[in-house]
Design a protein around this ligand. Structure first.
Ligand code: SF4
Length: 304
């Protein structure tokens, strides 16, 4: 793959797996989708021309940082079998350790050398003061940790036997025929003959989509050999501390399956042997919220 000034990018299409994130990226802006899933590939190599895209691809926002800190700490605690230290103490230690690690990384701007290191959109593009951001994250984490314990979720998870914990490296993978499907979950465990999926949510995710619930069911069927009626989907929203149990009584599985088929067919049409930058139309509606704005705006001038 080459990125040269004054020349459109050309990429060879390799692997394809469908996910709700992939679909959302395409809806956000087809050009941003091209940068995220294709043009940034190979940017992890030190001298790659795609390094700038790879760096921007890993920008995250404050709400997603909070979500990932909580998810990582919850997983660290859930899968750890050692010791009798009360979970509240363990979780607070883990949160404090991971948070301090993030602060150090941000302060040293480690993302300049290693694109996978933490870099915040609000600081990078909006020039928000790092001190103010850290203060707001500290407050949000303190509230979220308190509400997590008040919700009763930790007490419930504490009772899950080791044998009933499903081990995985996010994202989870399942399939629809030969189509690979990826989806996110923070914890998966079995209890009373059922399998439970928990997602830490960000504000606009408080309605866990019907498609995500169907992905949970496909995973249960294919990977755990459990029927769809043995699946429960939960979400924890840190800002209000509510654990949502998602109601599947009105879930229309065939509608969701058709949605995945239509969406993947649309994206696969563009997944050709040679993907061409200009074929991924710029939506132009979300540029101020786009992680690729720095690259894309310069690019417009280069290609003009
Ligand atoms: S800056 Fe705007 S046009 Fe360019 S990729 Fe982002 S959203 Fe699309």
């Amino acid at each position: 793959m080459t990125i040269r000034r004054n020349e459109p990018i050309r990429v060879t299409g390799k692997y394809f797996s469908w996910s709700t994130a992939r679909e959302k990226h395409f809806e956000f802006c087809p050009r941003a989708y091209f940068y995220q899933y294709y043009a940034a590939a190979g940017g992890f190599e030190k001298y790659s021309a795609a390094r700038q895209l790879y760096k921007l691809k890993h920008l995250t926002t404050v709400p997603f940082w909070i979500k990932s800190l909580l998810g990582e700490c919850l997983r660290d605690w859930f899968y750890d079998v050692s010791g009798d230290i009360p979970p509240e103490k363990v979780m607070r230690r883990l949160l404090s350790w991971r948070f301090r690690k993030g602060i150090k990384s941000l302060s040293l701007q480690e993302w300049r050398e290693d694109s996978k290191k933490l870099n915040l959109f609000e600081h990078y593009y909006e020039h928000s003061d790092l001190g103010d951001i850290l203060e707001s994250v500290t407050a949000a984490l303190t509230t979220a940790a308190k509400k997590l314990f008040q919700s009763g979720l930790i007490a419930r998870l504490e009772k899950v036997d080791q044998v009933n914990k499903v081990i995985f490296n996010p994202p989870l993978e399942t399939n629809l025929g030969a189509l690979k499907l990826w989806f996110a979950a923070d914890l998966v465990w079995q209890e009373d003959g059922k399998v439970n999926f928990l997602n830490i949510l960000v504000e606009n995710e408080s309605e866990l989509s019907a498609v995500r619930m169907v992905l949970h069911r496909l995973y249960a069927m294919h990977q755990l050999k459990l029927s769809p009626d043995k699946v429960q989907s939960f979400g924890f929203l840190p800002s209000n501390g509510i654990v949502y149990r998602f109601d599947d009584s009105k879930l229309n599985v065939s509608e969701c399956i058709n949605h995945i088929k239509d969406s993947s067919a649309k994206l696969l049409q563009l997944h050709t042997d040679e993907l061409r930058e200009e074929e991924f139309i710029k939506s132009g509606n979300n540029c101020d919220n786009c992680r690729f704005q720095e690259f894309c705006r310069n690019r417009s001038l280069q290609l003009a």
